[in-house]
Design a protein around this ligand. Structure first.
Ligand SMILES: Nc1ncnc2c1ncn2[C@@H]1O[C@H](COP(=O)(O)OP(=O)(O)O)[C@@H](O)[C@H]1O
Ligand SMILES: O=P(O)(O)OC[C@H]1O[C@](O)(COP(=O)(O)O)[C@@H](O)[C@@H]1O
Length: 329
């Protein structure tokens, strides 16, 4: 086969490890790999990855020394042109022109919506690999990049806790996650935060103020509140304002971690997940699978319909929400 591979949407640490795995898994099975730069934009613009000889082909050597690097050597993009009929037709023409017969897309739910449109217009096979720090995709326990983003946020909070404790302050720490509280909840659990404000549960300001006050009464010197950017009341700055108005007894500071969570060297967990799923995607596509997402559930590689990844909501484990409650006494 000639397999195309690209990264799309918000980048995630481990995307490089996944590209490496697709290339090495495919070439060792005798397939050719064509890298597409900048996700769907590269298909619209015919922007292919060229090797040192100027050929549109990814060899095993073209992915040397990238497993440890954040970002993606193929670049990523959010592509508006692909959301038009003309853009999709142009993408199909590019795939046909370069005789690509299988496409592996590493990205999030928007990327998979795009793949779902592509299968309606193109005869080749498509497989999605979940690459997003948000961990918001049905069909896999974890997405590539989530573990690293949690690690980055926890490292930052460990530092903030030192200064929070010295000054007896409360820090609101905003993490990413437009529609999902996974990143916020797992960060809060790992960092020993007292509260997580997430889109999945109502944020009750008077209740929180009472809880924080009672913690202060029992001797708590510092508080960390992890806020998902998508919390229904708003981000950390809005919550700071609301807590102040509700007469929170702690002095307040806000830190927005932002895109720092999307960078950095991937954790071993992300590298291994990326390596497993990239190789599994290659084996699946060569065995005839299409319109599926490659995921890992209970440590097993599994395929699930690509439609599920964006049409079903991935629930946060209630057990983890309750665990944080019990730990924040
Ligand atoms: N409904 C759609 N139809 C076609 N393409 C889409 C659709 N939704 C998203 N895409 C494509 O997928 C790209 C990545 O989606 P986006 O939501 O930005 O990131 P992610 O894949 O990380 O969720 C978009 O920029 C667009 O090109
Ligand atoms: O990079 P941008 O365009 O500012 O987007 C930020 C968004 O991308 C993310 O980092 C990742 O989301 P996706 O993987 O779904 O693109 C979100 O957590 C965040 O809300």
């Amino acid at each position: 086969m000639r397999i195309g591979v690209f990264c799309s949407g918000g980048d995630a640490p481990g995307m490089n490890a996944c590209v490496r795995s697709v290339v090495r898994g495919a070439t060792s099975a005798g397939h050719e790999v064509v890298g597409i730069n900048r996700g769907y934009q590269g298909l619209v613009d015919e922007n292919l990855f060229l090797d040192s000889l100027g050929e549109a082909k990814m060899s095993a050597r073209s992915v040397s020394n990238i497993i440890q690097r954040g970002g993606t050597i193929l670049r990523s993009a959010r592509c508006q042109a692909f959301q038009t009929e003309a853009g999709m037709q142009k993408a199909v023409e590019t795939l046909e022109k370069f005789k690509i017969d299988g496409l592996i897309a590493i990205g999030g739910n928007g990327t998979f919506r795009g793949l779902n449109e592509l299968v309606e217009r193109w005869d080749g096979r498509v497989i999605g690999v979940p690459g997003t720090i948000d961990n918001d995709l049905v069909g896999t326990d974890y997405t590539i990049g989530f573990s690293t983003a949690v690690q980055t946020a926890v490292d930052a909070i460990d530092k903030l806790r030192d200064t929070a404790e010295s000054h007896e302050r409360l820090f609101l720490v905003e993490v990413m996650g437009r529609h999902s509280g996974y990143l916020a909840l797992y960060t809060a659990l790992a960092a020993g935060a007292e509260v997580a404000c997430i889109p999945e549960t109502p944020t009750d300001i008077p209740g929180m103020v009472d809880h924080l006050h009672s913690l202060q009464q029992t001797g708590k010197k510092s508080i960390i509140v992890v806020v998902a950017e998508g919390d229904e009341l708003g981000g950390a700055l809005i919550l700071q304002d609301k807590l102040q108005k509700a007469k929170c007894s702690f002095a307040l500071r806000t830190v927005i971690l932002g895109h720092v969570q999307r960078g950095g060297s991937p954790t071993p967990d992300d590298r291994i997940l990326a390596t497993r799923l990239g190789d599994f995607a290659v084996r699946s596509i060569s065995e005839g699978a299409t319109a599926m997402m490659a995921g890992e559930i209970n440590h097993e590689c599994v395929l699930s319909p690509i439609k599920d990844s964006f049409s079903k909501r991935k629930e946060l484990p209630k057990e983890m929400i309750d665990l944080l409650d019990r730990m924040s006494k």
